[in-house]
Every structure is written in C-alpha cells, then in structure tokens.
Design a protein around this ligand. Structure first.
Ligand code: 5RP
Length: 222
C-alpha cells in the first residue's frame, strides 16, 4: 500500500468512528494536513447527520466549505464530541508532535474543547521517542530572536521556517535535535518562554485514540 492509501484507510476508519460515536446534530472538530484532508473527504459522505464542523486552519475551512459542510466559529460552540487530526510523530503514550503544516495553535485550541482526540496517521509517524521531526514553535514576530536564544539554551537548534506566516500572523521556529523523553515537561517549559504562542507538543492533552494505518490494516490503539 502507498502512504496515501494508508492515510485514506485511516481517514475512512475515523469517519466510521465519528458516525458511530458522535451524536446526530453535533459539531465535529477537524484538523489540518494531508491525512485530515482525506478525513474531510470521507466526512462529506455523512455530513447530513451533523450540524457542521470547527476548522483548525483556513485551509481546512476552505476544504470543508467546498464539500458543503457548515463551518462554525469556535466561540459559538460549547461541545465538540470528537476532534480528528493527523500528527507528525506519535509515541506509545499517544503524545504527539504536530505543526508540520503550521496550524499547531488552532489545532491545540480546538483539541482543548473536544471531548475526544482521534489521531489518524500512517505507521511512519509512530516512534519510540519523539524529536526526529523538528518541533514547531509558533512565535510572536518581535520575539523571534529572544525565543531562538532561549530554545538553544534547552538544547535545541531552532530554524526559522522561511517565508511562512501562520493563520494567526506569527512565525514558526522548527526546533531540531531534541530527544523528547519528557513530553509534558518540555511542552510546559517551552510555553513558559515569553513570546511563544504555543509549541507543537500535544502531551498535556494527548490523543485518546490512535487509528494507525499499517500494511496489515488499520489498528486502533488507546
Ligand atoms: C498540521 C499538522 C498535521 O496534522 C501534521 O503535520 C500531519 O500532516 P500530514 O497528515 O500531512 O502528514 O499538525 O499543522
């Protein structure tokens, strides 16, 4: 199976899971990226059961609307039974690195409201210790140099994502060279640096369910 076929299989499994668990008339949280895009396409087939979705990025909002799925402002919504999104890396505790697409802050906000986080990815994303994938950190532009120095002090090699501005008008520093043995501690420590909006570690709020695309089929891991 190709990587895209694995992504498509987990996206369909997530849509089936949503159809079984999310109450009719509810609003679904939708992530960002190529795997999330396959999920949006699968969600379109069951859209009539739901009121609509909350999007974690402008790209996702556009794709949802393209399928005729109503997109709600998160401030108008109190209950999101389930949030479905991809990841760049995921470990055995279902902690994740996210933000390869630069949408980490909105993803973390929607995930914070959701009852359940369902992570969908192919098996290449499953790791023992996170950190091979550079950790994205969203930064207020005027704090770029200060945050770069502070991230170097904790042992990382931050690199500015050239030519990229987030949906929130900020910058991304991709931090290389971290072996993330304490995901929760590192998530909290980086978020304490003044000028950081948030970082791409999802450990304080990890996934509740991983749907992992493998050559042998989709595995459900809790
Ligand atoms: C975007 C993300 C994505 O979930 C992550 O980058 C995975 O993307 P893909 O499904 O394309 O591999 O965090 O900010």
């Amino acid at each position: 199976m190709t990587q895209d076929e694995l992504k498509q299989a987990v996206a369909q499994a997530a849509a089936d899971y949503v159809a079984q668990t999310a109450p009719a008339g509810s609003i679904i949280g939708v992530g960002t990226g190529s795997t999330a895009n396959f999920f949006i396409d699968a969600l379109a087939a069951i859209k009539d059961k739901y009121l609509g979705a909350v999007a974690s990025s402008e790209a996702t909002r556009k794709r949802l609307e393209g399928h005729g799925i109503a997109v709600f402002d998160l401030n108008e919504v109190t209950d999101i039974p389930v949030y479905v999104d991809g990841a760049d890396e995921i470990d055995g505790g279902l902690n994740m690195i996210k933000g390869g697409g630069g949408a980490l802050t909105r993803e973390k906000i929607v995930a914070a409201v959701a009852g359940e986080f369902v992570c969908i990815c192919d098996e290449s994303k499953r790791v023992e210790v996170m950190g091979k994938f550079p950790l994205p950190v969203e930064v207020i532009p005027m704090a770029r140099a200060h945050v770069t120095r502070e991230l170097a002090k904790i042992g990382g090699r931050p690199e500015l994502r050239e030519g990229f501005v987030t949906d929130n008008g900020n910058l991304i520093l991709d931090v290389h060279g971290l072996a993330i043995t304490d995901p929760k501690g590192l998530e909290a420590a980086i978020n304490q640096i003044t000028g950081v909006v948030t970082n791409g570690l999802f450990a304080v709020r990890p996934a509740n369910l991983l749907l992992l695309g493998t050559a042998a089929g989709v595995r459900s891991i809790r």
